[in-house]
Design a protein around this ligand. Structure first.
Ligand SMILES: Cc1cc2nc3c(=O)[nH]c(=O)nc-3n(C[C@H](O)[C@H](O)[C@H](O)COP(=O)(O)O)c2cc1C
Length: 323
């Protein structure tokens, strides 16, 4: 396990702002990288491959003016129902995107194409079998999407999945699922992850493209408001209960969706809002710069306190989370 050498000196926190459909765009990416964390977005957040290339140009131009910025990444959905995989991969290679995050399919050809220009590939998984397949495909990192994550979440405890992946994979390990604070990023590191992967926490920022009502619903919600269901997208994912009801559906009696089809995804995710169980730790919609500053200082403090006194009194910290 390791943070890749080429990224290490450019980071202020071992954390990645995870790619989110309809939510992450150039402003979120640039502000995250400016703060010293890896910023990412899904290529499908632009309607065409040409538009995707235009976003990359914009991001690169803005990051070129920030020599201390962290590297950025994109997410490619490698699924047979996504007709843009090949075209988006070509645009990605043309732009030499530093980090490519693949979801749903780990494919050797994609890995080879990204490695051809020196880029890295991280692949997200929800279980050991998919992690083994990703390792065979030659990926540089594996993202363990554990229970309680926003989007297409898994069901495994990170305490179980991280060591199993580490037992056969020597690349970078990233932990995803319900991580909202710097202290939790420290916990992810303690657990054996190189990076923490934060999605939901970044929806509730000024720069995210989510609607204001979505951000407000995140602040008002706790873990009990998050429903894990295949009914919205065809694959199990976490959604906010009030948004399911607002879309005219009964959260306790959802209809069968059938197989996942990328051509219908946009409608589904626009009407029903996804979030992870970490919503209960989110109480404000700050600018990304402020959020990242807080995450960095909370992380450092947690690490220092743990090193100084392994039996430290944590009651004050619990009160702060509840405030
Ligand atoms: C609204 C939303 C959209 C998402 N869209 C994508 C996506 O397009 N591609 C992807 O790989 N992961 C997607 N995810 C999953 C995130 O990348 C990440 O794994 C997850 O948000 C981490 O869990 P957390 O939300 O509890 O922090 C999405 C998550 C959310 C909440």
């Amino acid at each position: 396990m390791a943070i890749p050498e080429k990224f290490r000196n450019r980071l202020r926190l071992p954390a990645i702002a995870a790619p989110m459909f309809l939510t992450s765009g150039p402003d979120l990416v640039v502000e995250t990288c400016r703060a010293g964390l890896i910023g990412t977005f899904p290529s499908l957040n632009q309607r065409t491959s040409k538009g995707y290339g235009e976003w990359l140009e914009q991001i690169e131009e803005r990051l070129d003016t920030l020599p201390d910025a962290a590297p950025y990444g994109v997410n490619l959905i490698v699924h047979k129902s996504n007709p843009r995989v090949e075209a988006d991969l070509k645009v990605t290679v043309d732009h030499k995107v530093p980090l490519v995050i693949t979801s749903l399919g780990a494919v050797r050809d994609v890995v080879d194409a990204v490695h051809s220009y020196g880029g890295l590939v991280f692949h997200d998984v929800i279980n050991r079998r998919h992690a083994e397949k990703a390792a065979e495909a030659g990926v540089d990192g594996i993202i363990a999407v554990c229970a309680g994550a926003g989007g297409h979440a898994g069901t495994m405890s990170p305490f179980a999945l991280i060591p199993e992946i580490a037992s056969f994979f020597s690349g970078t390990i990233v932990l995803s699922g319900a991580i909202s604070t710097g202290r939790q990023i420290a916990a992810a590191r303690m657990m054996g992850a190189d990076f923490a992967y934060l999605g939901t926490r970044f929806i509730a920022t000024r720069e995210s493209m989510a609607a204001d009502a979505y951000k407000e619903m995140i602040i008002a919600s706790s873990a009990a408001d998050v429903v894990y269901t295949p009914a919205i997208s065809g694959v199990n994912a976490n959604f906010l209960r009030p948004s399911i009801a607002a879309a005219g559906l009964d959260p306790d009696n959802l209809p069968d969706h059938g197989k996942m089809d990328m051509s219908n995804e946009s409608r589904a995710w626009k009407n029903v809002w996804s979030a992870g169980q970490g919503v209960g730790s989110i109480s404000a919609v700050p600018p990304v710069a402020e959020l990242c500053k807080d995450l960095i200082s909370e992380y450092r403090k947690a690490m220092e306190e743990a090193a100084e006194d392994p039996f430290q009194d944590l009651s004050a910290r619990s009160m702060r989370l509840m405030a």
